[in-house]
Design a protein around this ligand. Sequence first.
Ligand SMILES: [Mg+2]
Length: 444
Amino acid sequence: MAINLEKFAKDNGVKYFMISFTDLFGGQRAKLVPARAITDMQEDGAGFAGFATWLDMTPAHPDMLAVPDADAVIILPWNKEIAWVPSNCVMEGEDVAQAPRNVLRRLIAEAATKGMHVKTGIEAEFFLLTPQGDQISDPYDTAAKPCYDQQAFMRRLDVIREISDYMLDLGWGAYQNDHEDANGQWEMNWDFDDALKTADKHSFFKFMAKTVAEKHGYRATFMPKPVEGLTGNGCHAHISVWDAPGTAAKTNIFAMDANQTSQTAELGLSEKGRYFLGGIMKHASALAAITNPTVNSYKRINAPRTTSGATWAPNTVTWTGNNRTHMVRVPGPGRFELRLPDGAVNPYLLQAVIIAAGLSGIASQADPGKRHDIDMYAEGHKVRGAPKLPLNMLDALRAYDRDKGLKSAMGEEFSAAFLKMKYSEWNDFCGHFSDWEKANTLDI
Ligand SMILES: [Mg+2]
């Protein structure tokens, strides 16, 4: 039985609900609904014009209704009279197939029919910039190796502490915060959870970090490469699969089976885990269109060395044990880390594409290939036969377009809408006249 939002409002002093949904580009859209009107909205949804957002719809489409997922409601820790509630998009009684949260829900249900329940933890790195977004907010944060910088941390303690306090209030299991590898960059970690819960928390975390930063006079950005020459914003995902959702989960299906001898078993991954990883490897170039969805994304994964000495981002489809220079790291038994996604990733599509690629790998018993236990930043040129990740958004979109298996696993309607909107964005980018081309072409 779902939470009754009207009663929830009365019990908790909530005066308004933000009924929110996420579009194809990861933008969060919301209506603010007074508690007095929530009963009808909980049943029928709040009406939106899909064309006004990044969804493949026209002005002639009927109303799209965002139906709150009441059990996922979160009271804003910074304004307790308002509660945010993520919603599922419905049109004329049917789930909107291209809506990212619906894509994820469908894949979670599909995995469940196979007895698999994906749990993930994500590391949503971000920068604190000036409000204009053109420089980092702390002019004294200039060290060549700024990672874990204790003094720079103290200068932004108010922001990080406030967000951390809110995560503690929300019971997310917040456990560490640090100044990351770029000047002005931060990472805050909370416990892993079921894929849909992690996606909702990821969305809310972005909303919260941006809101708290604004309150303090800064701008939080998850842009993949907001500052040229510095390490970019990754969104690493730690993936495991269990026998049941939530607290009913008892057995980690990815943890090594007895008597296994494969390369992955050495690292503590079961056969199912190995095939799931095989699916991620097999679809890597295509799934980059989802995990690295912007023009700017490819300035992170194909970057020259940064001022800190490493990009911390992969550029090749390789995997290894506990070594951060590869696309996939298997840091310990029963899980692996996908280091490809960046801060621009759509929280719902990130989880969806992991499940889609993993299920495909299990279905086809995909071999993840040879493990490379080398420093990819120093010795990557020695690896033979490993595909390079796409060099730009167009390459990634074309790779996605060619990958019929992944396209259909993500849903034909979703894939068509996503590709249409993203190709259009690429064309828009190509029409942009840059200083670079003038500098390099004026005197030809
Ligand atoms: Mg990090």
